[in-house]
Write a protein that binds this ligand. Structure first.
Ligand code: ATP
Length: 218
């Protein structure tokens, strides 16, 4: 099952750097809604996403809650939070095919054939039919961005955390991939956080925008 049904509630989430508060966020994101996070470079946008996903490393740390229904994800290990993190580099596993990348996090069950069919359906949805056996190294930037998103979605996340996912793409491709990304989030009812510096991304996301100031003086 994708999504959360009830959305995501971020309550008093604060990232600290060596014990000092860096940045904080309070937000509610409905299923399929995209909350855009903007703010100056270094304010802590990426760190907020990493904190939510459970990948923050010292000297960075975090306090606060990220609620899905009655469950506080911050009390869970990273592996069980089920948050689909996508970075600007759209990093794919180089030793796996495109299909292997997408199937990587899929829940077991349903058998090989069923998994294969699910991968094919996702590739079709992304306008990449027949790409399953391709080596990720042969993909264009735009294709890689789509496959990275499919891999995140295929794992059945509760929400999507997108860290400047379009910033490496040329302007002509961005509109298409934005539409694909936000369409997929809406279709699957995934609450989505989008970190970007580009107002056009925020406009296309058509959701609320939060400008992060952070606690530090720049
Ligand atoms: N391991 C670390 N050790 C010390 N400081 C760190 C570490 N990781 C991040 N920081 C600092 O934390 C702050 C927030 O970094 P972060 O990458 O979250 O900012 P950002 O808002 O995403 O920036 P950008 O828009 O440039 O990507 C920065 O000042 C960064 O230098």
């Amino acid at each position: 099952m994708n999504g959360t049904g009830s959305g995501l509630r971020i309550e008093g989430l604060v990232v600290t750097l060596s014990g000092a508060p860096l940045v904080g966020l309070d937000a509610r994101i409905a299923p399929g809604e995209v909350l855009t996070l903007m703010g100056p470079s270094g304010v802590g946008k990426s760190s907020l996403l990493l904190a939510m996903a459970g990948f923050l490393q010292p000297p960075l740390a975090t306090t606060g809650r990220v609620m899905v229904g009655d469950l506080d994800l911050m009390g869970e290990r990273a592996e069980t939070r089920r948050l689909g993190l996508v970075f600007q580099d759209a990093l794919l596993f180089p030793h796996l095919s495109v299909g292997g990348n997408i199937a990587f996090g899929m829940a077991p069950g349903g058998g090989r054939k069923d998994r294969h069919a699910r991968v094919e359906a996702l590739l079709d949805r992304a306008g990449l039919p027949g790409f399953s056996r391709r080596d990720p190294a042969t993909l264009s930037g735009g294709e890689r961005a789509r496959v990275a998103l499919l891999r995140a979605v295929a794992a059945g996340p509760r929400a999507l955390l997108l860290d400047e996912p379009f910033s490496r793409l040329d302007p002509a491709r961005r509109a298409d991939i934005r539409a694909f990304t936000f369409g997929l989030a809406a279709e699957r009812g995934l609450p989505t956080l989008l970190v970007t510096h580009d107002m056009a991304d925020a406009e296309a996301a058509a959701g609320p925008v939060t400008h992060l100031d952070g606690f530090r003086k720049f």
